[in-house]
Structures are given as structure tokens and as C-alpha cells.
Design a protein around this ligand. Structure first.
Ligand code: ATP
Length: 479
């Protein structure tokens, strides 16, 4: 399908030139002279990309861009700025432009940007499709997943949620155990009752005991009044015992008694208290292993695992990564202007390829960090934390040995600096050669260096311009 491109420029010559250029690339082009005409077209028929001049009589390109973004018109925008106007270009990107090009522009550079923006838009459409699916099919109580095992867990929660049975959740750190436990509470008849979470690993034995069961006045130094514990607080609701695998043998015995009888005494008290509490417990340690090792009571284990739930780590449900990444972007939408709503394909690929030892929490943090660093509406690979998307030359990337990398702390600074500069120059010139299809004169003009200097650099880095020339469609413009 042809892409439909709308060109907005008050200069007849530029309009004609752009129409010719884009038409030659098999795009369908409409060109208008004013922002008002552009808006009318943009509102009335589907277009994929708008290329607009910033300086026009009447409504300028920046206002046009603001209208387009405020009305959420679903197409890419490239703005054409004056030469040497980086501040304006930056402002346009902040206002939601996908890219910018300075006048006078190289046709190849413009075409490159056009292709890139159209590609991003296609990706955006796919993300939009995913978003719709997320809203319609893949959401469950603040969670999203399209993974079969997770969908089975969601079904199980709907089944057992109302029953009030004790549930034991196992999963690595950050896999969503607490969220699952909350969903169980929300799916139960106790949802009007209290939801009371306790992190068992965070407290010493004696503190945990008084936290769970409460204490009487004078039970210990500082106990100047009676205090009810979490069991009593959760009466009629759900008590979430997180990190249950970390409790001592003495606490295990006390818990077992409450689970069996629903009764206990406050610390320092003799009165027996009865409560009606649903227990949901979670652990990132395997309780069956702990039982085998003799570190966890088997009778308590079987009491807890009436309904066992196993949460797969994120690396085993990679299909959820794009969905979760979008979910977190949606959650963060209000935190930046314009909101960051997209993830470019390279960044998505990096997210997809990472192993996520910290699971969904780690992914959430990576997206938060990337949103804070993003310039514009899209997350790029460079915005992701380095451990998620290693930089090409960072010690953690690929199988490059740290000794080979420019950041080798064992070498003197001048060596390290020179290696880093060489790497940047090599990347820079290979990008330029790709952009200008091996044309050295254009690379020289773009880089601000002489042709001779560029040729020397290419020799130094073993870059063969002929390799970039192959398949070039711009033979007429070659040097
Ligand atoms: N399926 C999901 N959809 C959306 N967000 C999720 C999902 N699962 C987890 N999260 C989010 O990931 C983060 C970690 O989840 P949670 O705290 O429930 O994990 P956990 O397994 O209990 O972690 P820990 O073992 O460290 O206690 C939370 O911010 C939670 O909101």
C-alpha cells in the first residue's frame, strides 16, 4: 500500500520539489500552502506522514504540530527548520514531532527520515493494536498477560477466589506475587473486608510475633498499651504473608496452630482470640525444597498449599514483554509532556532480548528510567539502562572481552580515550557512508571535514565506500 504524505509549505518551489521527490519514491503526495488547509485534510482523510515548514504566514508549523498532537491525529510529523536552528528543532521534537530536517536539506537525508518515520508509525499502529488487545483481552485486576500459563493462573483465581481457600504462591522476585494475592482478595467475597500484607522476612522473630498476633499492655518493655496484630486487623478479610519461607521454626509452629484452629493469644496475654481470615502466602524460595532440607515444617506446608500457584519468570513468557512495557508506559503517561507513548523497534528488541533476573519489577524500573530520559514521545535504545541495552562498546555488550573495550580501567587514560574516539569515529563514518551510499563528497560536507581528511579516516578504519555503494539508486548524484 502506498503511503500518503501531506506536504505543508508556503513556498511554491519547495512544495513542487518535495512532491516530485516523494512521488519518485512511490508515495502519494498532497501539498498545501497553509496550516489551515493541512488541518482540514488531516481531519478528513487518512494520511501517514506530514512534512511541514515551521515558518509560514498565518498559523506556523509549530501551531499546526500542536493541533495535530492535541487532536491525537495518528500520523508522523517531520518539521523543516531553518539552517542552524537547533533550539527550534528541539522545541518541535518536544512538542511531538517525530523528526526534523534543516533547510537546505539533502534529498537523501530527507528520504531517509521519511522512511524512518513511516516505519515508526507502522510500529505505532501495531502498538496501538496491542494496546486495544490489552484493554479488551489481556487485562486482569491491574495485571496484563497473554501467556498461557498466566492466563491459567487468572482462570484459577476466578475459580478459587470466592472459595476462601488458603493459597500458596511461588515465583521469583518481581514476578507479581503480591499483585496475584491482591487479585485473589478482589475476586473473593471478602473484598469489602481488609487486605493486610505482612513481609515476614523484614522482621525479627519477636517483632513478627507481636506484629501478627498483637500484644497486651506490659507484654514487653515499651508495650504501654494493648495493640491488636495483623490477624485481628484482617478479620473478615485477607492476610498476605509474603516471604513465608523465611520464618523461623518457632514461628512456623505458631502459624500452624492459627491455621488449624483460627485461634491464638496476643503476646503476653492469656485470652484466646478467634478470627476469620483468609491466608494467602508467597515465597520466592521453593517451600518443597525447604521441606526436603528439613528447614520448613511439612504439615504447615500442606496447610498453606491448598491451592498452589506457580508464577513463571518473565524470561519464560517473553511474549508479555511488549505488553507489559506498554502497560507501564500507560501508567506513566501523565509524568511527561508530551507523554512518552512509543518504543522504537531497536529498544523493543533490547527489551525482548534481556533476561530480566528481576522480572517484571526490573522491567517496570527500566521503563521508568527510559521515560525520564526520553526526548520526545518515543523511547529509544539509548534511553534504556545499559545493563538492559548494552552500548555497542560497553564491557557488558556481546562477548567482547573487557580488556578490548575503551573503558578498560587497566590502561592509561590517553589510550582509553583514543580507543573511545576511534570507536565513535568508525561508527560515525560507517553511518554516514550508509546514509550517503558511499558518496565521499557528501560525507565530507555533512561532517564538516575536507574530502581528503574523510578519505584518510575511511582508510584508517578500514571502511570501504564501495561496499556502501552497492544497490545505490542515486547514481546520477555520485561524485
Ligand atoms: N502481570 C502484571 N501486569 C502488570 N504489572 C505487573 C504484573 N506483575 C507484576 N507487576 C508489577 O511488577 C511489580 C512487582 O510485582 P510484585 O510486587 O507483585 O512482585 P513480587 O513477586 O511480589 O515481588 P517480591 O518477590 O520482590 O516481593 C509491581 O510494581 C507490580 O505492579
Amino acid at each position: 500500500m502506498k503511503s500518503r504524505i501531506l506536504v505543508v509549505d508556503d513556498e511554491d518551489l519547495t512544495r513542487e520539489y518535495l512532491t516530485l521527490l516523494l512521488d519518485r519514491e512511490d508515495h502519494e503526495v498532497e501539498a498545501v500552502a497553509t496550516a489551515a488547509e493541512a488541518l482540514e485534510i488531516a481531519r478528513s482523510r487518512p494520511i501517514h506522514l506530514m512534512i511541514t515548514d515551521l515558518y509560514m504566514p498565518g498559523t506556523g508549523g509549530m501551531d499546526l504540530l500542536s493541533h495535530v498532537r492535541a487532536e491525537r491525529l495518528p500520523f508522523g510529523v517531520i518539521v523543516v527548520t531553518g539552517y542552524g536552528d537547533p533550539q527550534v528543532a528541539l522545541a518541535a521534537m518536544k512538542a511531538g514531532a517525530d523528526d526534523f530536517v534543516s533547510k537546505p536539506f539533502e534529498p537523501d537525508r530527507l528520504l531517509l527520515l521519511v522512511e524512518r518515520t513511516l516505519k515508526r508509525r507502522r510500529l505505532k499502529d501495531e502498538l496501538e493494536h496491542l494496546r486495544r488487545q490489552m484493554r479488551e483481552d489481556y487485562s486482569f485486576h491491574n495485571m496484563v498477560s497473554k501467556n498461557d500459563r498466566m492466563r491459567q493462573v487468572f482462570d484459577l483465581i476466578e475459580q478459587v477466589g470466592p472459595l476462601g481457600s488458603t493459597v500458596l504462591i511461588h515465583g521469583e522476585t518481581g514476578t507479581g506475587k503480591e499483585l496475584i494475592a491482591q487479585a485473589i482478595h478482589a475476586a473473593s467475597t471478602r473484598r469489602e473486608g481488609k487486605w493486610v500484607p505482612v513481609n515476614c522476612a523484614a522482621l525479627s522473630d519477636s517483632l513478627l510475633e507481636s506484629e501478627l498476633f498483637g500484644h497486651e499492655k506490659g507484654a514487653f518493655t515499651g508495650a504501654d498499651r494493648r495493640r491488636i496484630g495483623r490477624f485481628e486487623a484482617a478479620d473478615g478479610g485477607t492476610l498476605f504473608l509474603d516471604e513465608i519461607g523465611d520464618i523461623s521454626a518457632a514461628m512456623q509452629a505458631k502459624l500452624l496452630r492459627v491455621l488449624q484452629s483460627g485461634r491464638f493469644e496476643r503476646v503476653g496475654g492469656t485470652e484466646t482470640v478467634g478470627v476469620d481470615v483468609r491466608i494467602v502466602a508467597a515465597s520466592n524460595r521453593r517451600l518443597d525444597e525447604l521441606v526436603r532440607q528439613g528447614a520448613f515444617r511439612s504439615d504447615l506446608y500442606y496447610r498453606l498449599r491448598v491451592v498452589p500457584i506457580e508464577l513463571p519468570p518473565l524470561r519464560d513468557r517473553r511474549e508479555d514483554i511488549p505488553l507489559l512495557a506498554l502497560h507501564f508506559l500507560n501508567k506513566l503517561a501523565g509524568r511527561s509532556t508530551p507523554p512518552v507513548t512509543e518504543i522504537d523497534p531497536e529498544a523493543m528488541h533490547a527489551l525482548y532480548s534481556h533476561d530480566w533476573p528481576g522480572n517484571i519489577r526490573e522491567l517496570e524500573n527500566a521503563i521508568k528510567a527510559a521515560v525520564a530520559l526520553a526526548d520526545g514521545t518515543m523511547i529509544h535504545r539509548a534511553n534504556l539502562p545499559p545493563h538492559v541495552a548494552p552500548r555497542p562498546d560497553s564491557p557488558s555488550s556481546g562477548d567482547r572481552r573487557p580488556a578490548d573495550s575503551p573503558l578498560d580501567l587497566d590502561r592509561p587514560l590517553p589510550d582509553v580515550t583514543e580507543a573511545a574516539i576511534s570507536q565513535v569515529e568508525r561508527d560515525y563514518f560507517s553511518e554516514l557512508l550508509a546514509m550517503y551510499k558511499g558518496n565521499v563528497a557528501r560525507c565530507a560536507r555533512h561532517s564538516g571535514l575536507s574530502r581528503r581528511c574523510v578519505t584518510q579516516k575511511l582508510q584508517k578504519y578500514g571502511l570501504d565506500r564501495m561496499q556502501f555503494k552497492e544497490g545505490s539508486a542515486t547514481t546520477a548524484l555520485e561524485d
